[in-house]
Write a protein that binds this ligand. Structure first.
Ligand SMILES: Cc1ncc(COP(=O)(O)O)c(C=O)c1O
Length: 314
């Protein structure tokens, strides 16, 4: 939801009580705004921080996908000038598919010492005594091991380089796909942000799944994007605010394209050429059909027809 829609939701869908905001439909309290930064992009942090401040809510940012991005030149966990630091928390992920990885695990950021200590206590099995195995409440075994943390330190040294490579891949795609029929929108970069393009994504004018399947048959691994949570079985029937139009529409029509940092330039140029062949009709190529790689190899004129000189300088 946009900040405006979130404001409407909080004003119309909830009533203020001495104990805080209560959902008019379910009678349940709301404590938190959860801002999820997706696909290497960043949401409008300041707008949501102001809303959290105004409505007396916590702000939790899911920064699993935006490590390395900046918002108004601030890194993702930098202090926010618009809300009480004690009410804002950020978590990122070092899962295997993220821009840097330790294989699993993540990091939690808080600007409030007591909150950080509390999170550490809960994530280290709530062990309350340094010698004895006394756990003073229900805890979790969520802490990174030293081995994983060591890997993470090495990986973090590469983060800047990985972001640069992702951005190069994104601008290569942008150059080649900008005039492509069937693509309604290419991964936008808001003026206030410097994105990582962790998953370079385009919005199509047609259902995503058949395009993902067709590209897959040609060895191009594309992916549809996340389903809105109320559409998943575990969340079925949960309260939702209106129809979640934007995320529902994105889920059915957006696809992420291959963009691993090891997608190096010669491969990249070849990949881009194949994508063009499949999506557009360059001069001299009549068909929009999927051209299997073996056919492409046998008919180099298709390749030549689709390659523009600037594609090759990617
Ligand atoms: C937006 C988002 N949140 C949370 C997670 C879960 O992170 P983890 O696998 O580290 O628990 C992921 C992906 O793994 C994600 O993409």
């Amino acid at each position: 939801m946009s900040p405006d829609e979130t404001r409407r939701c909080l004003s119309e869908g909830y009533r203020a009580t001495p104990d805080g905001l209560i959902n008019k439909e379910t009678g349940r309290p709301v404590k938190v705004i959860m801002l999820v930064h997706l696909l290497g992009s960043m949401g409008d942090v300041d707008a949501f921080a102001k809303l959290a401040d105004e409505f007396g809510l916590f702000l939790i940012e899911d920064a699993a996908e935006c490590l390395g991005a900046t918002y108004k030149d601030r890194k993702m966990a930098a202090p926010n000038p618009h809300m009480d630091a004690g009410r804002r928390f950020i978590a990122t992920s070092f899962n295997g598919n993220k821009i840097v990885t330790t294989g699993g695990g993540g990091a939690f950021f808080a600007h409030h010492e007591a909150a950080a200590k509390r999170a550490k206590h809960l994530s280290t099995t709530a062990k309350a005594d340094p010698t004895e195995f006394h756990h003073d409440e229900l805890g979790y075994n969520y802490r990174l091991t030293n081995v994983f943390a060591g890997l993470g330190v090495g990986q973090l040294e590469l983060l800047g380089d990985y972001v640069d490579r992702k951005r190069t891949i994104a601008s290569s795609y942008r150059a080649v796909l900008s005039d492509t029929a069937g693509i309604l929108q290419i991964h936008p970069e808001p003026a206030a942000c410097r994105l990582t393009f962790w998953m370079f994504t385009v919005r199509l004018d047609r259902p995503a799944r058949p395009v993902v399947d067709a590209l897959g048959k040609c060895g191009i691994v594309a992916r549809p994007i996340w389903r809105p949570m109320p559409g998943l079985p575990a969340m079925a029937g949960s309260a939702k605010w209106r129809e979640l139009k934007a995320s529902t529409e994105l889920c059915s029509s957006a696809i992420s394209l291959p963009c691993s940092v090891n997608l190096i330039l010669p491969t990249n140029a070849g990949l881009l050429t194949r994508l063009r062949l499949r999506w557009i009709e360059p001069p001299g190529v009549q068909s929009l059909r999927i051209v299997p790689n073996y056919e492409l190899n046998k008919r180099p004129e298709l390749m030549r027809a689709a390659v523009r000189p600037d594609d090759l300088s990617l």
